[in-house]
Design a protein around this ligand. Sequence first.
Ligand SMILES: *Cc1c(COP(=O)(O)O)cnc(C)c1O
Length: 358
Amino acid sequence: MDITDRSVVRAPDFPLDPNNLPFGRTFSPNMFLMDYDEERGWHNPRIVPFGPLSLSPATMVFHYGQEIFEGLKAFRHPDGSVHIFRPDRNAARFNRSARRMSMPEIPESVQLEAMRALVAVDREWVPPTPGALYIRPTMIATQESLGVSPSTQYLYFIITGPTGPYFRTAGKTLRIMIARDWVRAAPGGTGAAKTGGNYAASLLARKIARDHGCAEALWLDAVERRHVEEVGAMNIMFVLDGVVTTPPTSGTILEGVTRESIGVLCKELGIPFVQRAIHIEEIIQGLEAGDCTEVFGCGTAAVVAPVGELVDILPDGSERVYKVGDGSEGPVARKLREVLTGIQFGTHPDTHGWLVRV
Ligand SMILES: *Cc1c(COP(=O)(O)O)cnc(C)c1O
């Protein structure tokens, strides 16, 4: 691929202090763009200064929501080198999302080259440990038309930005609300695709969770409203009788790269790991009986996010609170986070070839 380079090389004019970089607010100076139309396919790959896009108000993405995205990170190692964590898995998932949303795929090799070229240009923006450069590849429908059909034109863009650790205070746990009245994804729907509409539809439950002092909603399945699916925009795991247990991804759950990586690490560390359907009643009983010792979310942003309390909002508006252990982070979550971030930060050997050097 011949990438036209019109980048501006600019180092940050402030120190990239990982403990003072809120997620998703600061952007690196350049972005990658590439266009698609039916005659030419993907064409005109270019790196240009970060800035506004100019789009007609009739652009299809604004009306029917044909949009997909990815989220991954690049890390700075102690020797100064920069590495992206498992970008091949995100590129493959991007194409699965594209198929579900009737959008054109982009060869994985093209996606990887685009990410590497952009991160290379803005490598000064990769903060030191425990920070990372967040990478956000996105595709939008750009045909100007109000007709309901798949767009014939698309824009692929990648933006990046330095970010600190999700948790600034080690050992902090989340309080989460069991979402009884809203669902995130239904069988046959778009739950397995990383598409903006899933997020838009989840914000109301999140707001109600926040009103009850909870950070996120715990999503149950749409049909029986009892199988646990995800927490916020993270996959969920439970330690049940010493076994790390997570629901299988079968269309309504996003196939997280962190989730998959944790499965591999569990095997390696000798921690039992199973995928099976999990009922919310089983969890509540397990918490009360002491068989469920840990609950944690996992995803690129937070890596491992321990949950300290589950909250049920009763019909009269009162709360029923189920504590997880003593409410602090458990040993399994801590171990998995240490090993996974160790690989990412270059302090633990990368025996799986998960890091791609920029
Ligand atoms: C992105 C995402 C995840 C986590 O996936 P990772 O690849 O681990 O970052 C989980 N659930 C939802 C709904 C997501 O959008």
